[in-house]
Write a protein that binds this ligand. Sequence first.
Ligand code: UDP
Length: 327
Amino acid sequence: MTVLVTGGAGYIGSIVTEELVNSGNHVVVLDNLSQGHQTAVVPEAVFIKGDLCDQEILHNTLQKYGVDVVMHLAADKSVENSMIEPGKFFWNNVACGINLLDCMVKNGVMSMVFSSSAAVYGQPKEIPITEDAPLDPVNVYGESKLIFERILRWYGEIHGLKSISLRYFNVAGASKRFGSDCRPETNLIPIIIEVALGQRKYLSVFGDDYDTEDGTCIRDYIHVLDIARAHILALNHLDAYTSTKVFNFGSGDGYSVLEVVEEARKVTGATIPIDFCPRRPGDPPKLVASSDLAKKNLGWRLEYPRLEQIIKSAWLWRKEHPTGYDY
Ligand code: UDP
């Protein structure tokens, strides 16, 4: 199959691209390199530097390479920034996505795997979270992902576009070749790794007064390789459904910020100083997934269930690439 991966030079996109190539697909990566790195794209994939708002590039790419399916990962992803610049998030994550969808429909490319997020749930009342939990985002990032999921439903009903949305929980870790190099890092585990390497003085812990055991937020961390495999399974199941589908992907285990720090201290042997700070706007206290539906319908299984494996892979990659992709 020929797969277009938008955002394929980014953290998750580069590893999805690697897995797609390893499983025998032709891959074309479209990335504007606002966050991604060209060196993170395996040489077997075609790389095109371009923006999702550029109709001409989209049209030419779909035509020239005979794209069968689009994996849409390109997005702004920092919850923190989404609460500062909502317009940028809605523009990039929604408006540019509509541009992509319209181009796909015009060119007869009628399948998409969409990178969505647990942030669509907001502050769920029941844990673990199933796909039918109420959708009520508490930050602009989550809202932008939910809006796009809903748009997909209508493109399905009206144009017959098939789609599967993957609601990721907290993706972390690295493959042997590729890892996280966002500038600046905003996610917990990459920041902790930078502290362990001495590239930052301490970790700011956002809030210690949540209604959790140690007062810090609880998240469900999942290995990026398990997420990458979820994309391959979704790709293989696109034809199984007549309407748009959504699946959660998490490990099913929740860890507080302090528990993640403690595990990282064990893995890295570093002290990892912390500093308690006020809460970050838009942070729900606890997000833990039920991924039963993906297990049942897609045959998905965790290969890396332990937090230690996730942190260790991130640590090993970053130790080998202390300046990220600048080598
Ligand atoms: N977090 C933190 N300090 C940081 C970055 C994150 O305390 O420098 C916390 C954040 O408040 C949340 C958890 O770590 O409770 C995971 O945050 P991250 O940004 O990695 O992912 P999110 O859950 O927001 O998608």
